[in-house]
Design a protein around this ligand. Structure first.
Ligand code: BES
Ligand code: ZN
Ligand code: ZN
Length: 489
């Protein structure tokens, strides 16, 4: 998708569709009034008859007569200006695409009434809204035709526009990449294929390096958690380490760690069939890490970043790990396996220990870790937990700037005893209560005293429905937050 800035009056621009962004309780934008006059009041009639007042997400669509310089005029409600933020901007852009995508190659958006701070996230919304996963459709037809988006505003300078558009472009391509690899079926996207993707990302940027450990190396290194989870699968595991070095030397080092279970059957504690479906998405955290590394390889922030992914299937083969097994993680701590379906935290124990060994100053992990987090927060919020209030605060603030919903859950001290084991240092599951929190408390054992935030993305990573502002399947949730976060450090 190509972005450009136009300074002309929107009414004079030739485009397949024009979208007017209208805040509730405000007059229609001047250019819309001009078009209305040219259409003999047709637009204002439609506004009256449909009772359009600019409520968020409401739209009015007008097909113009044949000789007009735009085929379709869309009024899109943004709600009250005081309630408008990054989340609304991202969603409004997705709606704009949903309304115009089937009929337009070029869309012009009148941005005159919107603050320029929302430009980047709006452009991300346009590009993400046009995403389609069609790889396995033999017809190969795309529903969405938008190729060019022009933003009309006299208030935005060309310089500002170009920096925001460059970032939005790189970020949305990375979101699309992240969605692609989550949507890829698990027979195609195996741990070794995930590792190949990481390698090709590093080959695409002079700032990135990639190291992959194979099955033997994982075992020899002492990654007993990742090894154990992989035992039931005939697909060999991979440990992925991407590293980004900034153009100017920096002492700051951040690790982002992502759960990379390319399929979660539950292992011997087998999931029921209905819960097993969609478990190709259990590598969504890994997809955020790879997507983020791809974006920063282009955008070149000023700090060192390590992207770390333990990748494996969780299956039921003859050598599968079992309840009652005790395994030793890379940091030497022993784990009693209670439930083989709590595999993400077992694989992550090694990845977090590895990050600590790298001497990073902070760790952020993303994982589709618990159903309990979905029970608590619903599908649209990620759960955020951590040992550093400051780091939690920065992540929440980057998330709100990106228009991704995240909510903090407490790392309750009382729950710590839930995962105390009688035979090992820690067990991989607590009682029924506070499952998202006990999972995080388990992970806490492997981050030593490094400031750390855990983001449970089990809910928002994957949607089984379509709405005006998200599509069926992978969402790429997390990439935009983490890239923002790294760019702001
Ligand atoms: N991958 C699942 C969590 C999950 C569930 C992600 C639904 C997305 C949607 C994870 O490995 C898992 O199975 N967790 C168990 C933990 C339990 C055994 C303590 C769960 O949440 O039920
Ligand atoms: Zn599981
Ligand atoms: Zn899982």
């Amino acid at each position: 998708m190509e972005f450009s800035l136009v300074k002309d009056n929107v009414a004079d621009i030739s485009s397949d569709s024009v979208v007017f962004l209208c805040h509730e309780g405000q007059r229609l934008p001047a250019a819309a009034r001009k078009i209305d006059r040219a259409l003999g009041g047709f637009l204002s009639d439609k506004v009256k008859s449909s009772d359009f007042k600019g409520a968020f997400g409401k739209t009015v669509l007008v097909d113009t007569p044949g000789d007009f310089n735009m085929k379709t005029v869309v009024l899109l409600g943004l709600g009250k200006k005081e309630n408008f933020g990054a989340l609304e901007a991202f969603r409004a852009a997705n709606i704009a695409v949903a309304r115009t995508g089937k009929i337009s190659r070029a869309v012009c958006v009148d941005f005159s009434g919107v603050d320029r701070e929302f430009l980047k996230v709006f452009l991300e919304g346009m590009a993400c809204g046009a995403y389609e996963y069609g790889k396995f459709k033999s017809s190969g037809k795309r529903k969405n035709r938008i190729e060019k988006v022009s933003i009309a505003s006299r208030k935005i300078s060309a310089d500002y526009f170009n920096t925001q558009a460059t970032q939005a472009s790189a970020i949305s391509k990375s979101v699309a990449f992240s969605r692609d690899i989550v949507n890829d079926p698990p027979n195609i996207l195996t741990p070794s294929v995930l590792a190949e993707h990481a390698l090709s990302i590093s080959e695409g940027s002079e700032h990135l390096d990639c190291k992959i450990l194979d099955k033997e190396e994982i075992r020899e290194m002492g990654m007993g958690g990742l090894s154990a989870v992989s035992f039931g699968s005939s697909e060999p595991p991979r440990f992925i380490h991407l590293s980004y070095t900034p153009p100017k030397k920096s002492r700051k080092k951040v690790a982002i760690v992502g759960k990379g279970i390319t399929f979660d059957s539950g292992g011997l504690c087998l999931k029921p069939a209905d819960s097993m479906r969609t478990m190709k998405m259990d590598m969504s955290g890994a997809a955020v890490v790879l997507g983020t590394m791809k974006a920063i390889g282009e955008l070149a922030p000023g700090i060192n970043v390590h992207g770390i992914v333990p990748a494996t299937e969780n299956m039921t083969g003859a050598s599968a790990y079992k309840p009652d097994d005790v395994v030793t993680a890379l940091n030497g701590k022993t784990i009693e396996i209670i439930n083989t379906d709590a595999e993400g935290r077992v694989a992550l124990s090694d990845a977090l220990s590895y990050a600590v060994r790298l001497g990073v100053s902070e760790i952020v992990d993303l994982a589709t870790l618990t159903g309990a987090c979905i029970v608590g927060l619903g599908l649209h919020n990620a759960g955020v937990m951590g040992n550093s209030p400051n780091l939690v605060k920065s992540i929440l603030s980057s998330a709100s700037g990106a228009g991704e919903k995240m909510w903090e859950l407490p790392l309750d001290v009382e729950l710590r005893e839930e995962i105390r084991s009688r035979v090992a240092d820690v067990k991989n599951v607590g009682s029924r209560w506070g499952g998202a929190i006990t999972a995080a408390l388990f992970l806490e054992n492997f981050v030593s005293d490094v400031p750390w935030v855990h983001i449970d993305i089990a809910g928002p990573s994957y949607m089984e429905k379509t709405s005006d502002w998200y599509q069926y399947g992978a969402t790429g949730f997390g990439v935009r937050t983490i890239v923002n976060y790294l760019m702001e450090r």
